[in-house]
Design a protein around this ligand. Structure first.
Ligand SMILES: *Cc1c(COP(=O)(O)O)cnc(C)c1O
Length: 377
């Protein structure tokens, strides 16, 4: 069986974890490995500040707190996304306002955002699906015009760029995920990227249960105290050690995934040229990180048959998000602005192929050959 995902494992992780436990004697949050991860992310992305968190969901919750999202505020986002994108704001009493996606990238359609903006709109949350950027220039222009906060759900977007800038660094806040299904992992984990230095201090306070503990440890104050509302959003240093091993090998993982991605693309292009399937589109000015290789069948029925056919042949291919506005909680908490032209239709056609660090060339060839076989029967 060629599984859909295998969590990344480089081989140096245990050594790093042992160092955290037996050498550093520091396994709670903000130990040496957490600091190294933060510094690595800052250097790699160019953001003012990166803070490791317990998940991307939590990084988004922090961003919602930092943006002072309140009951009744409206937050513009795509419906084709993971639940966390909406949850972080629903927890603050806000209303997710879903906008249709573009069929070519499955990202929010930037041309449909403006008409969804009301007096109550507070933020736009672009989701960079498959690690391919949304049209950020347009989104930032709207944010400026209407004084909105931009929180990038860059859960899948580490190592991707938009016009030379790292995803997660363009909006006010960016959120990465290091869940085991992502390119780089720590089991469960994430990071909050903060663009403006003026927002860093409050972020540190929110992450540390509302205390100014970070300032205390830097020796800037002589005792720490409770100064604001907050929670505990910092991961233990053992998890950070696992991640650091992978960040130190970031290019190795990146290139390995990219080889598989490019090979899928090459092998399936003839099917796309015959208009039997559609393959991912990378807009000009964007570089991606091979987070996901997806393809689109003609419709739901064909996709179901293809997934079954691959399963019979030992390949696990999977579909992805059920649009949030069609889910029970989405109906209760949010609303769809305008017409759902592509969100439902395209989500029903899309399927993801096995993609992980260490996927073998012959496995990619086998998966592609079975897809080609399916369409030639
Ligand atoms: C994975 C993912 C998340 C959630 O990440 P966690 O680290 O599991 O909280 C949020 N949004 C998107 C788009 C994701 O792919």
């Amino acid at each position: 069986m060629i599984g859909f995902n295998v969590p990344p494992y480089i081989g140096t992780e245990m050594k790093y974890i042992e160092e955290a436990v037996a050498k550093n004697h520091k396994i709670c949050g903000d130990g040496p490995f957490t600091k190294r991860c933060n510094a690595w992310l800052e250097k790699k992305t160019g953001t003012a500040k990166a803070l490791l968190t317990t998940s991307c969901t939590h990084a988004t919750e922090m961003a919602a707190l930092l943006a002072d999202i309140k009951e009744g505020d409206e937050i513009i986002m795509p419906s084709y996304t993971f639940v966390s994108t909406a949850d972080a704001f629903v927890l603050r009493g806000a209303v997710p306002v879903f906008v249709d996606i573009r069929p070519d990238t499955m990202n929010i359609d930037e041309t449909k955002i403006e008409e969804a903006i009301t007096e109550k709109t507070k933020a736009i949350v672009p989701v960079h699906y498959a690690g391919v950027s949304c049209e950020m220039d347009k989104i930032m222009e709207l944010a400026e015009k209407y004084h909105l906060t931009v929180i990038e759900d860059a859960a899948q977007g580490i190592m991707s760029t938009y016009k030379g800038r790292a995803l997660g660094t363009i909006g006010d806040y960016g959120c990465f995920s290091f869940h085991e299904t992502k390119n780089y992992s720590m089991g469960e984990g994430g990071a909050l990227l903060i663009r403006d230095p003026k927002n860093v201090e409050r972020a540190e306070i929110i992450r540390e249960k509302g205390t100014n503990r970070a300032k205390f440890f830097r020796g800037q104050i002589d005792k720490y105290t409770w100064v604001d509302a907050g929670s505990s959003y910092l991961p233990g240093d053992m998890n950070a050690a696992y991640l650091m091993a992978q960040l130190d090998a970031a290019d190795v993982i990146f290139e390995d995934r990219m080889r598989s991605w490019n090979l899928y693309k090459e092998l399936l292009t003839p099917l796309a040229e015959e208009e039997k399937v559609e393959l991912p589109h990378i807009p000009e000015g964007c570089t991606h990180n091979a987070h996901m290789f997806y393809m689109k069948a003609k419709n739901l029925e064909e996709r179901t048959k293809l997934i079954d056919y691959l399963k019979e042949n030992g390949v696990q291919a999977v579909f992805h998000y059920i649009p949030l506005h069609t889910a029970p909680a989405g109906q209760r908490f949010g609303r769809f602005h305008g017409e759902d032209v592509y969100t439902t239709k395209e989500s029903e056609r899309l399927m993801r192929l096995p993609m992980y660090y260490g996927l073998k060339e012959e496995e990619v060839r086998y998966v592609a050959s079975k897809i080609i076989e399916f369409y030639s029967r």
